[in-house]
Design a protein around this ligand. Sequence first.
Ligand code: PEP
Length: 252
Amino acid sequence: MRILIAGNWKMNTSLSEAVNLVKEMLSGLDEVTGVDKVICPPFISLAAIKEIIRGSSVKLGAQNVYFEEKGAYTGEISPLMLSGLCEFVIVGHSERRQYFKENGELVNKKIRAALKAGLKPILCVGEQLAENEAGQTEAVITRQLKSALENIAYNSELVIAYEPVWAIGTGRAATSEQANNIIGLIRNNMAKLYNKESAEQVRILYGGSVTAANATELIQKPEIDGALVGGASLKANDFISIVKQASAITQT
Ligand code: PEP
């Protein structure tokens, strides 16, 4: 499985800061082979960054998308607007579920619309701390996957990210064993929702306080096909280091 490392810049960087950041990391990322490298800056910087990375091996993603193609949806960005601009789109990030009340039904519509427009969705699932402590992780993940993918045919471009909410931005990553177990469970769910081949083929990332210090330990686990990186993707050297570590794993 080809490892994918995606950087989620969240609501950080002005246009000029984003341009500077991508220029700072571009050659370091570009020279790393055997790994898919994706950066997801804010919408307002996508067009400029698209030009800067043109001809390189670095790919572009958006952090969100609406499900309608066009119309009176003030402030929203449609899949058609993104399809000429970037390749990937993050859908159902826990911050969108938490602060913008995105539910399973909305996430489902977004995944469907993204795939229809030829975008590659990175579907995020993950349990909150209280759910984790109550032993509900499996039930939450199963429910989130089922609703996000309901009545959607399997598409090999789909990427899933397991992001336990308690690990995001907290500096407290899941242990590699925990992440590996839950990702194995996600794979079992994919086998039930689709079939064994899809479950084996789908790339499932881990996200939640991935850093240059813990990346190898996490990504080398057999079920983990890469990482969705927040904070550390805003530091050029750290993000390059994570991508290099992934490449080293690919080569072993
Ligand atoms: C994220 O934004 O998806 C994320 C995992 O953030 P962080 O790496 O900062 O925990």
